[in-house]
Design a protein around this ligand. Sequence first.
Ligand code: SAM
Length: 355
Amino acid sequence: MEFTHRPVLLEPTVNALVDPGFDAKSRVFPQDGAVQRPDGVYVDGTFGRGGHSRLLLSRLGPGARLVVFDKDPVAIQAASQLQAQDARVSVVHGGFASMREELEALGLTQVDGVMLDLGMSSPQIDDAERGFSFMREGPLDMRMDTSRGMTAAQWLAEASVEEIKEVIAKYGEERFAFQIAKAIAARRESRPLRTTLDLAELVASVVRTREKGQHPATRTFQALRIHINQELEELARALAAALRLLAPGGRLAVISFHSLEDRMVKQCIAAARRRSEAQARLPIPEKDMPQPILMPLGKVLPTAEEAAANPRARSAVLRVASRSDAPLPADAGASFVNEIRLVPQPASRAARRKN
Ligand SMILES: C[S@@+](CC[C@H](N)C(=O)[O-])C[C@H]1O[C@@H](n2cnc3c(N)ncnc32)[C@H](O)[C@@H]1O
């Protein structure tokens, strides 16, 4: 079965990368069609089905390069088809956190634009076999990269009540995290949790209050997905990599779908407004601060029409920033990578067992 993806905030995101006079309030591409670096190097860290990549390519010149990433093998098949038709495209199967190393392997050390459209694609949610949806019966998998790593079912079979509680509380911001973790541990004593509906029904039996229109398992599924795919660590590392890769004037455009991601993007842009993280801790008056590394260019939300036509768009927030020509301090981006406190990853549990 063929699943499709309707891109979110498509025009504003591509405009953010190429429109010399980008303005977060204007949603249409300027009449004069001016593109700030038509033959530049660009990164789409989240190819999906290529909606953003295709529109970007249509605005770029013949000398441009576009390096696309995705963890998902099905997205990578779609990207490889595009690569076969367009020599400007290079494809990397892997996490966008390693964009610096992957670009270096392609001989690229500077880029003119980086876009990230975070989270899941519609095909990932709609295909019950991927195990992301609490509405469809399927294996409890939740891996974006089905070729490696632990599934949600495997993790839930092994993790302690404390670890499960921490993940659900932290990445789902769920008030009933402890009750859910206890229920999972009690249930697996008799039968393992194998399917999405096994988990959704168990969570629904514990979470008694419903937020408006929200399924009781929404927060738990979000939390497990973030943990299994190491989403926040990937994002922090990708933002730090983008700071180092962007050429002066280069643009960063990130679409987030929940507050944990958006907070991180906002903090990254705010931290990079100060020239050095170390200087930021000194009592320097704002007016005497050296030139910032990133200049915020604004925040874009979907229009009422887009949100009505595409339910995935409702929670989307696009943040845009431009790299200044200030020299990059050695510690740029380090603080938000170091400061995120993650629950130990599934791989580290497996490694612990081996040692
Ligand atoms: C919202 S979709 C992107 C849709 C895309 N912009 C389009 O128009 O078709 C997000 C995609 O990012 C991928 N993804 C999520 N986290 C990733 C990561 N850390 N590294 C690489 N790909 C990731 C997912 O597998 C998914 O295909």
